[in-house]
Design a protein. Structure first.
Length: 195
């Protein structure tokens, strides 16, 4: 079966790092929403006279957020239709709550749940201070708003997203990415994806 694996979770948990480690052992179309839409979003924000790194503004949320996610989804659909395994990396918070979203993705790629094994890896950390430290350590300008408004950000973020898709519970894994990402941890994640 083809594999469609979502690596989800909030900023700083290490979604991309985890997905990259697994992709080295299991080739796939690797779709990080930040990479897919980042340049376009930055350009449009600058054209509007806004901070190119602000993903928390109302303008971004109303005009660009869905554009980024939908473009990533379209590339996923093309790859599924071509028979490729796909890794999708981003929070996907709204999409995970939408029961029909994953069904629409499969239908658009002319695939079914019998042909595509959908898995969700929820990347978490055991405490919010570790998350903040990782966000600070990576030094991305895009995270400035989060760090400057940490108290507000901390209370409004859904750290373990709800998954409303019609997939088996066994296909959803909450992975604590605290500490070192050892070869043993990566092997267990590969096993989860392959089973």
């Amino acid at each position: 079966m083809q594999k469609l694996v979502f690596f989800v979770g909030v900023a700083g948990t290490g979604k991309t790092t985890v997905a990259e480690k697994i992709a080295k052992q299991r080739p796939c179309a690797f779709l990080d929403r930040d990479t897919v839409g980042g340049r376009f979003v930055e350009h449009i924000l600058e054209m509007q006279g806004l901070d190119k790194n602000d993903r928390d503004s109302e303008f971004y949320k109303e005009n660009l957020r869905d554009l980024e996610y939908d473009t990533t989804k379209d590339i996923c659909i093309d790859n599924l239709a071509a028979g490729q395994d796909v890794f999708m990396i981003s929070p996907f918070t709204a999409e995970l709550k939408n029961k029909t979203w994953i069904e629409e993705v499969l239908q658009a790629s002319n695939k079914s749940f019998d042909e595509v094994d959908v898995k969700v890896v929820i990347v978490t950390l055991n405490d919010i201070e570790t998350q903040r430290e990782r966000i600070e350590d990576r030094g991305t300008i895009r995270d400035t708003w989060k760090l400057e408004n940490w108290d507000s950000y901390e209370t409004r973020v859904d750290f373990v997203p709800t998954v409303n898709w019609d997939i088996p519970e066994a296909n959803i894994l909450e992975f604590d990415n605290s500490g070192d990402l050892t070869d043993d941890k990566v092997s267990k994640l590969v096993e989860f994806i392959e089973k």
